[in-house]
Design a protein around this ligand. Sequence first.
Ligand code: C2E
Ligand code: CA
Ligand code: CA
Length: 753
Amino acid sequence: MEIMPFLRRHRRVYLSYVAAGLVLVLTFASMQMFMLYHQSSPRHFIIPTLLGLFIGMLLATLVAMRREMAIRQHLFRAVADLAQEFIYVRNTQGVYEYVSPSCQEITGYGQEDFYAEPHLLSRLVVDEDRHEWDRHVYQMHNEGKPERLLIRIRHRSGEIRWLEHVCSDLRDDNGNLLGVRSTNLDVTDRMKNEQQLAIAATAFQTHDAILITDAKAMIVRVNKAFIEITGYELEEVIGKTPAILKSGKHDQAFYEEMWATIKREGIWEGELIDRRKSGDLYPKHLTITAVKDELGVITNYVGVFSDITIRKAAEEEIHRLAFYDPLTSLPNRRLLIDRLQLAMAACDRNNSYGAVLFIDLDNFKELNDTQGHDVGDQLLVEVAHRLLACVRTGDTVARLGGDEFVVLLANLFDTELDVVPRAESVASKVLSSLHLPYLLNGQPHHGTASIGVALFHGSQKSVDELLKHSDVALYQAKNSGRATLRFFDPSMQQALEVRAKLNKELHLALHENQFELYFQPQVDAQGQCLGAEVLLRWQHPERGLLMPNEFISYAEESGLIADIDFWVLAEACKRLNRWQDKPGTTPLLLAVNVSAAAFMRADFVDDVMSIINRSGVEPGMLKLELTETSLVDGVDEAIGKISRLKAAGVRFSLDDFGTGYSSLAYLRQLPISQLKIDRAFVRNVVSDAGDAVIAKTIIGMAQNLGLEVVAEGVETREQLDLLVSFGCKTFQGYLFSRPVTFWDFESRNWSAL
Ligand code: C2E
Ligand code: CA
Ligand code: CA
């Protein structure tokens, strides 16, 4: 204890006690002086004064020391009681000498509990930390080393609390052990924060790149994935702005919009292209979040992104498969339609024109069939290259399938006058490029193409219409000899529309019995009727009676002709049936025209036989007129069919003879019974010596082959006489009768001729 400060602190105690001692001793001395009045010496006065002083000081020191102790203890408690930490002092017996009131908050137990139970704190330590605690207690007891350790205790409420326990021994001035003292700080919150930080730090190191900037968008932190993805080192980016990642692929407006969204909504999410340190571009998916403080002021921005190169590639592959032709990599029909719609909308806005070039390779099927599909594919790929070389970047070259390509020229010019020459020049360029020789599988190949062009002005036409129009123009180009180009012409379109309408009406006609049979007699030289050719008429509900030349070719085109033929055959059989039962009308033959389409049907023979059988007519009463076109599919097959029906009694006639291939070679093999000399030879047989020779030759030749000959289209007696003189025995023509209704035919007296 330092004496001077102590004395200073207790100055007043001293003064008062010294004064009291002095008063006491002086009083005592005065009494003595009074009693010993004359005997007294100065000694009698000095000794009591010194004694009084000594007693006063002694008393003052004792009182001051006690007071000092009390103050000290009071001060210690005052401080310890206030401390956040749970402070305790234990004596060597392990009994708590002092426990601070914060034990209540930290452990849930009060000071009395601790005073009552010396091992309370040990009991609260959780099992997991018990070993560590025991070691600590042992060490404190045996070595008395101060220690600091983290332990977990179970609070009275059951909650686990982290304590930072600091402990050291307590000794007197002589170094004798008095006990231990300890402070215990509740660090549960700090530990939780640390755990959270540890979690955050782990989360920070994800596969996603993370960059954190301050409020001025200066990068303050990035994670490992960021370094891996961008290729930048940590020190290269800290303090910079994320602008170093920019690829230049997005304009200013893009970034302005991004920042506006972050400011407005606090977050932006989207895809963009950035650049790695290496210079490579890569697509990323990025989320930027603004971090705000409690006052709502932005303190940081956090950007999280992933490299989506692989996902993008997969998406692009899916897109490619859906919108591109796998062989040529050109856009397919779907994408073309998309682009057309866009182009039309753009034309609408700009009031400009565009054009569609529909390109079809001539004779591609032949190449494919003769050289194989591999060679065909090679040609298509080469064509795709050449087409791409003919157009500008904004134009589209698409493959619709097969050998059909479309070139879309968008946003051309303001007037039709300008757009036609431009479209024509591109189309001509395409044609000449496609007409250059090809090298396929090492072999030279010459190919041509046809092009149909349709123009569009805004979206006045639908995409479908536009493609149809270019297809119509293509059809026209093909019809006019191929290897050429045609612009869509509305009158052509009209003709096509008429045809389409007629097709529909033909179907209806068959189902609603609008067809009628006319009969044109076939006679011998004496005018005796041998039978009739059945000729078809169409009683059209609006247009009246239509002749075959007005509809047969359409029926052939649509494939309906075969059904019509079978209908005619069935009707003819019904009429024959009528005559079979009527005396006097037999044995008249009926000749029925059979189109190539009907004859070439696989079950032609069975169908004919079933019609005949169902009607019950004698097959020998029926003659089927074929033309040479029926034989092109294979003479052997034709012979087979004819033979089978011939065996049943059906006869055959070869119609329009002399106009087709007229090959005598196969004529010899065909099991037919009759030839019909075409009207064309009969017409000029009198006036044209050449035609006369042909007619004469045909008749002579037929006779040699044992075939009957019918001359059709006989209109004059001169023609008849001449043909008779050539040896012809059967005739058909206006000279005898025009085709008439069944009613007329039956009621005529043919023998009168
Ligand atoms: P086709 O088989 O050569 O029929 C003969 C055509 O010559 C008939 O014309 C007939 O009216 C016409 N004709 C007959 N005598 C004369 C004449 O003295 N002078 C002239 N100028 N013409 C004469 P139609 O009835 O108009 O038939 C035309 C073509 O239509 C037929 O030619 C035939 O190819 C086809 N056709 C008619 N009916 C049918 C049918 O039921 N089925 C099939 N597939 N084709 C039919
Ligand atoms: Ca005929
Ligand atoms: Ca004919």
